[in-house]
Unconditional design. Sequence first.
Length: 287
Amino acid sequence: MNKIQINDFLKQKGSIIANGIVTNNPVFRLVLGTCPTLATTSSAINGMGMGLAATFVLVCSNVLISLLRKVIPDKIRIPAFVVIIATFVTLVQMLLQKFIPSLYESLGIFLPLIVVNCIILARAEAFASTNKVFNSALDGLGMGLGFTASLMLIGIIREFFGAGSLFYGSLAGIETGIQIEALADYSLNIFVLPAGGFLVFGLLMALINYLTDLHNKKKELKAEAKKEDALKEGRKEDLHIAFKEADLKEKNDEASIEDKAKADDAKDALKNALSDGTLNTLAGEDR
């Protein structure tokens, strides 16, 4: 593979990942998985844990479903997808319960509910069941990272304004995050309540939609500017061709004028010869 082929390959695979993180973000663009988004983001560390668990299930289920896409009968594909997803969710539950019990208890019922998460089932049906294994894994990774980033963003805002801390808690017995003492007395408890979740979620969605529309308008303006430049270039080429045709016509006209002048000179010479009797003399000599 040459450099161009490598660049095209990386661009293609990168676009699959970027699709889940930015273009079709499952939380803010597709509005999927809203229930765990609002329920588990009272703190940033819980949001991160939920996002990473869902990412693991997304990648693994996408890979297995892609491998079995030609084996699973079409009529029972949805039950088969649910069984595959439930297998990996059970594995995640067991791992968290064993090694990170605090996170397992914090996520509670929403961890097993990953089985019926719309994001995972939608990607299995829309992408993994019709694409190759590597692309399906990248799609699961992109969607998982987009989901994790969204939950972390909401969790950071809610925890910062509601508790005056960032990633504060413990993972596998290790204390994490910081507690900002200066904000403890001024924190707004509403942000860690369900109402705060809806508020932050709505405001962030409005902001992201505004920025997306602004970006799309800029792209449209750039496209229009390119079209105008292309039209201008086309007009310049047309004018250039017209100038060339005018020059050619002028040269042809000059050539015809020169030919006419030569013909007139020849006629004048013939008239002069006739008037002088030169032709009569030449004719007598020929006889």
